[in-house]
Design a binder for this molecule. Structure first.
Ligand code: NDP
Ligand code: HSE
Length: 458
């Protein structure tokens, strides 16, 4: 499948001169389908970052007749994953099958054939990562695994690169989306454990064997990976103390709430003197903590470094597109490594220098937000009507209006919450309001942003 680059890039693009990188995708389920969709939808932006076209050469699934969540018409569909890995036309192998076998053999085979690998397989990395990375190092290739931990959050990159100057003291994370979805549904909707799990499975969040999610095994896989990167220790899944959430009842959740706590399933890795604690278990967290308010399928990892202090990394922890976001980021990293000057692998401004596009920056008049307005008004009949008439004329909808009765003066305090409107309209409204005899002095304005971007934080 070949993607079109934006016209400005087609003209100047040095990536045009290079052959597209061909990727082979093993697995077309939740994450595989999402990866095809994201690569297709964002092809132009991705190529401008990577410096080269990325093409899906082939993809592999067991049942070639199954209906897919993505368009498969632009690439070869095969059922033999080994043939795909060994296909000389495929430059990069993306493993999204899951489980240990045949995923491990496939990745080792790809490495043997000097191919870079991208995987979302935390079980495999946690248990066999040491062996896979040794093999990759010997062959001079990369095994990238950002999607293996916390879905769409770039937590591997954050710890490995962004926090590289710190001695990491501890980390604590909600790192299983299915478990968090179940606990949130039980608390907010009174859903039964089984009902919430069935819903998470239907949405593609749960592992093939959902006991991995509810008994903490999946979180332990992820904690193993995070701890290795944070503390520079080997991957040691068998040393993680693991308790699941299957014993948690709605009563436990309610009683914890009464005491001011939320029940969350946490993975914790922390220094304890000369030792490292590695544990996964249900945990009571004071409800005021940010991480106690991470709900639904969302994940969050709190990393505490000696220099930076606590940092909280938040985002969707599972699902097709969020996980694909991390898979594609790894593909872009690999393609940059294959393509660009080794001393300048990541462009300074993320996009290749010749792919910067000059999208105009909006004039403040074009901004669109809701507004909180507060003003002093003379306390006499008809004032509110004058005020609301101005909003009506400018097509600004009022969300709420509050008038505080004057205590000792003749001045009423009026507060108005509006719906979203153009800044230009609001400036005009403020100008007209301030011209009214009944409005005293300036109208104070504070912009309102609801910041609710996603349906994932159920
Ligand atoms: P799915 O079960 O949805 O998809 C697995 C895919 O692999 C299917 O297309 C299946 O084919 C194919 N497959 C399985 N075995 C073989 C085989 N032997 N040969 C060829 N194809 C095979 O899994 P997910 O997409 O949910 O998960 C994939 C990986 O991503 C796992 O490692 C998982 O832990 C990880 N992950 C998943 C997340 C999620 O939200 N789901 C988030 C983060 C990571 P067919 O469809 O024909 O059966
Ligand atoms: N089953 C996993 C979860 C998928 O629910 O978190 C993401 O790794």
């Amino acid at each position: 499948m070949r993607y079109e680059l934006p016209e400005e890039l087609m003209r100047t693009d040095r990536s045009n001169a290079l052959k597209p990188v061909k990727i082979g995708i093993l697995g077309l389920g939740t994450v595989g389908g999402g990866t095809v969709n994201v690569l297709t939808r964002n092809a132009g932006e991705i190529a401008r970052r990577a410096g080269r076209h990325i093409e899906i050469g082939a993809a592999c699934a067991r049942d070639l007749g199954r209906k897919r969540s993505c368009d498969t018409s632009g690439f070869r569909l095969v059922s033999d994953p080994f043939a795909l890995v060994e296909d000389p036309d495929i430059d990069v192998v993306v493993e999204l099958i899951g489980g240990v076998s045949p995923a491990k053999e496939l990745i080792l085979n790809a490495i043997e054939h000097h191919k870079h690998v991208v995987t979302a397989n935390k079980a495999l990395v946690a248990i066999h990562g040491n062996e896979l990375f040794d093999a990759a190092q010997r062959q001079g290739v990369v095994v990238a695994f950002e999607a293996a931990v916390a879905g769409g959050i770039s937590i591997i990159k954050a710890i490995r690169e962004g926090l590289a100057g710190n001695r990491i003291e501890s980390l604590a994370g909600i790192i299983n989306g299915t478990g968090n979805y179940i606990l949130t549904s039980m608390r907010d909707q009174g859903t039964t454990f089984a009902g919430a799990l069935a819903e998470a499975q239907k949405l593609g969040y749960a592992e093939e064997d959902p006991t991995f999610d509810i008994e903490g095994i999946d979180a332990a896989h992820k904690l193993t990976i995070l701890a290795a990167i944070a503390f520079g220790i080997p991957l040691q899944f068998d040393r993680v103390y693991t308790e699941g959430i299957s014993g948690i009842t709605i009563d436990d959740i309610r009683q914890a709430e009464e005491l001011g706590y939320r029940v969350k399933h946490l993975g914790i890795a922390k220094r304890n003197g000369e030792l490292i604690e590695l544990r996964v278990h249900p945990t009571l967290i004071p409800y005021r903590r940010l991480i106690a308010n991470v709900d639904g399928i969302m994940n969050a990892v709190l990393v505490n470094g000696d220099a930076v202090g606590p940092t909280l990394h938040y985002g969707a922890g599972a699902g097709a597109d969020p996980t694909a976001s991390s898979v594609v980021a790894d593909i872009v990293d690999v393609v940059r490594a294959l393509t660009t000057d080794p001393n300048n692998r990541v462009p300074h401004l993320a996009f290749q220098a010749d792919a910067i596009s000059h999208i105009p920056v909006a004039h403040p008049d074009e901004f669109e937000t809701a507004y909180f307005l507060s003003m002093e008004a003379i306390d006499r009949p008809g004032v509110l009507a004058e005020v609301t008439r101005i909003f009506g004329e400018l097509n600004i909808s009022i969300e709420a209006i509050l008038q505080k009765e004057p205590v000792a003066t003749q001045r009423a305090h009026v507060i108005i919450l509006t719906q979203r409107t153009r800044e230009k309209n609001m400036n005009e409204a403020l100008r007209k309001l301030e011209q009214l005899d009944s409005i005293l002095g300036r109208v104070n304005r504070i912009r309102v942003e609801h910041l609710s971007y996603s349906a994932h934080d159920a």
